[in-house]
Unconditional design. Structure first.
Lengths: 164, 164
């Protein structure tokens, strides 16, 4: 029985590894560096069907958007920050005002309202000639930290706009 | 004659010292950007708010000199367009255009400022030891310059939709 469990576990691990290897090869330069950073930090992650990297920090889901056509673009995204009821005009206006306020006052993180009412955050940069994980790790640390701060800030702006 | 040469030399030295003092007030990120701009022939200067200023295709670009966040680098191109706050439709269309712009463009964002001016932004984090900022600087300048035109197109689309 133990041998059987071990065999199954090894098969699964091998399959997962093979899948990851295949997908890893499709990551852009910037995404690959960030992907290596995630593994170095032990942040749980997986490469999805679109070859984007999903990862989790403090129970929050993030994405690394993989853009092979723009290989040095590093985009980190935090989806589903808030769901706006698009039938509620006051909520839509407040969310646009909060997003505007955030983009005006704060740096690095860009919040935006999607067509289906989702507020999501993202941050873009170009990694230039970066070649090692160390070249991107400070940036990654900073963006992830700012994303968490941005949630509270955006909600504060949203409530302020909604109540006025 | 010797006196005249001495006076001129002292004046020049004083001017050089003054410039050096100005540069010393810049944050790490602003200083790196200033040096890059100077090396690329953009002729940057330091304005009355101690921000770095330079001109591209008729628009004044600024780089925040934020000494509280010395490694955060932010471009601003303020007041490119004006919104009349007394016209609710105009404000709504501008908010929608800013959101759409920020959501769909890489690196850059747009927002209405307190005075009703449309301002364009791009920001990144300058990591320690990361001396290569060429790609970010070139791309940010290029994307903002092109973005200024596309923001107006977005705004006009929203205004036309509203008219229909």
């Amino acid at each position: 029985m133990k041998k059987f469990i071990l065999a199954v576990a090894l098969s699964l691990a091998t399959a997962a590894f093979a899948l990851a290897q295949g997908d890893v090869a499709k990551l852009s330069t910037a995404t690959r560096l960030a992907y290596d950073y995630l593994n170095q930090k032990d942040y749980p992650n997986a490469i999805d069907d679109d070859n984007d990297v999903q990862f989790v920090v403090k129970n929050r889901g993030f994405y690394l958007l993989n853009t092979p056509k723009d290989p040095t673009l590093l985009r980190i995204s935090m989806p589903s920050v808030y769901n706006v009821d698009l039938d509620d005009a006051a909520q839509v206006l407040a969310s646009l005002k909060a997003t505007n306020m955030y983009n005006r006052k704060m740096k690095l993180i860009k919040p935006a309202l999607s067509d289906d009412g989702e507020i999501f955050f993202f941050a873009d940069t170009y990694v230039g000639t970066a070649k090692t994980v160390e070249d991107v790790s400070e940036y990654m640390d900073c963006v992830i930290d700012f994303m968490f701060q941005a949630i509270d800030k955006w909600l504060e702006y949203f409530k302020e706009a909604y109540n006025n | 004659m010797k006196k005249l040469i001495l006076v001129v030399a002292l004046s020049l030295a004083a001017a050089v010292c003054a410039t050096a003092q100005d540069l010393s007030i810049l944050s790490k990120a602003a200083r790196m950007a200033y040096d890059w701009l100077a090396s690329e022939g953009y002729k940057p200067s330091i304005d009355e708010d101690n921000d770095v200023a330079f001109k591209v295709q008729g628009e004044y670009f600024y780089i925040d000199n934020d000494t509280d966040d010395p490694t955060l680098l932010r471009f601003l191109v303020p007041n490119v367009y004006e919104v009349d706050f007394s016209d609710e439709d105009q404000v709504m269309n501008a908010l929608l255009a800013c959101n759409e712009f920020t959501r769909t463009k890489k690196l850059v964002s747009a927002a209405i400022n307190r005075a009703g001016g449309i301002t364009f932004y791009a920001s990144t984090y300058v990591a320690a030891g990361n001396g290569d900022m060429s790609e970010f600087m070139e791309t940010a300048i290029d994307f903002i310059t092109r973005g200024i035109k596309s923001w107006l197109e977005l705004y006009n689309e929203y205004a036309e939709d509203e008219g229909n």
